[in-house]
Design a protein around this ligand. Structure first.
Ligand code: AVJ
Length: 341
């Protein structure tokens, strides 16, 4: 006799999850909240990723230049800390991979056996990145995954560590560069790093880019660039809702505003409604009222002290190997080793 119920397996459920309905749901709930908010994870559609690449080229957005300097100056030391055996390089939120190439070039030149596993949410960015790496470093095996990093990480956790028989187990180095961790508040950062720890073995490494607390004027300029690129990055979120969810945002009726909260240590970004307006979003079968000067929160970018980084590592099961910073000490790439009992 057949039973009257079924137990859904994770696999059956997986096929049912739909990223665009998740976006729709988060917009629906976020705009119903008070204050209104949208998650910064939705910045990175193909267009948003393209605008972010423009941000990385801005003089005012010092983060990218600092990290390039760190990887150029200390790339050798970072790679050496992971030994000289086969290496799996996992790159979370790889973007255009320009910074990672600074490490890959060295690896390719050293002849060390290496596999490159980038994870990025934008397929266009991934296509560009994997193409570039394959051209530049033909002896590095490239296997990209287009997904958010949490699911990409889970997927990688189920992959064989090293498919070639006869070689020694590779060590893993996970890159989480560019201050991507800055979007997470402290509890979420801890949870994220614990998840990462769970998928790794003792002796694996992670290299995490943290933006440091510094002169507030420098911070404000980085998120309020004079060319308005950051503003269009932020406003692209409304354009994305218009494109994907049939929204009717008049994008020029909102302004970008970004400020520093000294107490929480975060740059906070908002879109502020310039007048009272009602915005219909067809696919949500809903309209939302924005009052004049009402804010919509879109992003946190947390800044760290070196001591915060050490505490975070300890709290999530890692040992700090080395903190590499640029000349001005604006930014740190922190190298951690996985500790297991
Ligand atoms: C990609 C999250 C590191 O927070 O600095 C840049 C995104 N937002 N300008 C950051 C961003 C506004 C960036 N991260």
């Amino acid at each position: 006799m057949s039973s009257a119920y079924r137990v859904l397996t994770a696999l059956e459920l997986e096929g049912l999850s739909d990223p665009s309905s998740e976006f729709a749901f988060d917009v629906l709930t976020g705009l119903a909240e008070s204050p209104k908010r949208l998650s910064s994870r939705y910045f990175y559609d193909d267009r948003g990723s393209e605008i972010f690449q423009q941000i990385m080229g801005l003089e005012e957005y010092y983060l990218t230049g600092c990290e390039e300097e760190i990887l150029t100056e200390h790339g050798q030391a970072i790679l050496a800390a992971t030994g000289d055996g086969p290496l799996s390089l996992v790159d979370m939120g790889a973007g255009d991979g320009k910074k990672t190439l600074l490490l890959l070039d060295r690896l390719a030149a050293s002849g060390r056996s290496c596999r490159y596993l980038p994870i990025d949410i934008s397929e266009a960015a991934m296509a560009g990145l994997t193409g570039r790496v394959q051209d530049r470093c033909p002896n590095i095996a490239v296997e990209g995954v287009v997904s958010e990093y949490f699911s990409g990480l889970q997927w990688l956790g189920h992959q064989p560590r090293w498919p070639t028989a006869g070689t020694t187990e590779p060590t893993i180095l996970v890159l989480f560069l560019g201050s991507n961790i800055g979007n997470l508040d402290r509890p979420r950062a801890r949870t994220f790093l614990r998840r990462l720890w769970t998928g790794l073995a003792a002796g694996d490494h992670v290299l995490i880019g943290f933006d440091l607390k510094k002169d507030i004027e420098v911070l404000l300029d980085a998120y309020n660039d004079s060319g308005g690129v950051t503003a269009s990055f932020n406003l692209n979120l409304l354009r994305r809702i218009n494109r994907e969810l049939g929204g009717h945002f008049a994008v020029d009726r909102f302004r970008h505003f970004s400020t520093y909260n000294v107490f929480s240590g975060a740059m906070e970004s908002y879109l502020v409604s310039l007048d009272t307006q009602e915005v219909r979003i067809d696919r949500l079968q809903s309209s939302f009222t924005f009052r004049a000067w009402e804010p919509l929160h879109t992003e946190y970018s947390y800044k760290y002290l070196l001591a915060d980084i050490e505490r975070l590592a300890a709290e999530s099961g890692f040992e700090v190997v080395s903190q590499f910073h640029d000349r001005r000490a604006f930014f740190v790439d922190s190298l951690w080793r996985v500790k297991k009992g």
